[in-house]
Design a protein. Structure first.
Length: 256
């Protein structure tokens, strides 16, 4: 017997237990070398068509594999006697589902109204827009910004303090410069008076001049003891000298 390279596959249905088979579907001239068949199950696999909304039905179906072009009824009739040339049909269960029309299909459904959706809260919106790493990055930049701002404020404060200290030192030096010419002027003004009085009354003016020198020396020592004098102190010292030189004691003694 010649070995064929092609086969036919039959989908059979037996309505009773007498061994009668009805061909439902056929796959002809299949290559044996491939060895695999991937069929698609559709309505043509079922013996009958179910009505819509009817319950599911289970069918006992059979696969029968024979040589290409062979009459299956001849070989099926030999199965009871055991003289069949090909293996007997192999049974399996096939479940048929009826189409359900009681529920609307997705195409028939109306679109959901926008107002029916759950409104997104601000927290959910922010959490969905900003990932965790972005929030951490924002926190780091905020801390750095605050640190830089504090550094700028501290630098400005230090600059103002230094500027104020420099202004005070400049004003103090200026007051000392103003005080020195006053001392020189007072000493110069006192010198001619003492000379003229010395010629006229040498015995009486000598003690007075000594007392004036002592007062002047005390004032000079007070001036040198404090290197920093305010403008008010300088004016008081200058005013004291002016009053002293306008009414010297030796003039009063001379008049007596």
């Amino acid at each position: 017997m010649e070995i064929q390279s092609q086969v036919d596959l039959y989908l059979l249905y037996s309505p009773n237990t007498t061994g009668d088979y009805t061909s439902v579907k056929t796959w002809s001239n299949l290559e044996k070398s491939i060895g695999v068949l991937v069929p698609l199950v559709d309505d043509s696999w079922y013996p009958e068509t179910l009505q819509d909304n009817s319950p599911n039905v289970s069918w006992t179906m059979y696969f029968y594999l024979v040589g290409a072009g062979y009459d299956i009824q001849t070989d099926l009739a030999k199965i009871p006697s055991g003289q069949n040339q090909f293996p007997p049909p192999q049974s399996f269960t096939l479940i048929q589902n009826a189409r359900n029309t009681s529920q609307s299909t997705p195409d028939d459904r109306r679109p959901t109204e926008p107002n029916a959706t759950h409104p997104e809260t601000p927290n959910e919106k922010s959490s969905s827009q900003l990932p965790s790493w972005a929030i951490a990055l924002i926190c780091v930049f905020s801390v750095l910004f605050l640190a830089a701002l504090m550094a700028i404020v501290w630098a400005v404060k230090r600059y103002r303090e230094k500027k104020r200290d420099g202004f005070v030192a400049t004003a103090t030096a200026h007051d000392e410069k103003l005080l020195v010419p006053d001392h020189i002027a007072l000493t110069t003004a006192a010198a001619p008076t003492g000379t003229s009085s010395n010629h006229s009354t040498p015995t009486l003016l000598q003690p007075n001049l000594n007392r004036a020198d002592e007062k002047l020396g005390v004032l000079n020592e007070a001036n040198h003891s404090s290197s920093i004098l305010s403008s008010t102190d300088a004016l008081l010292i200058a005013d004291t000298f002016r009053q002293f030189m306008r009414k010297p004691e030796w003039n009063e003694d001379h008049e007596k």
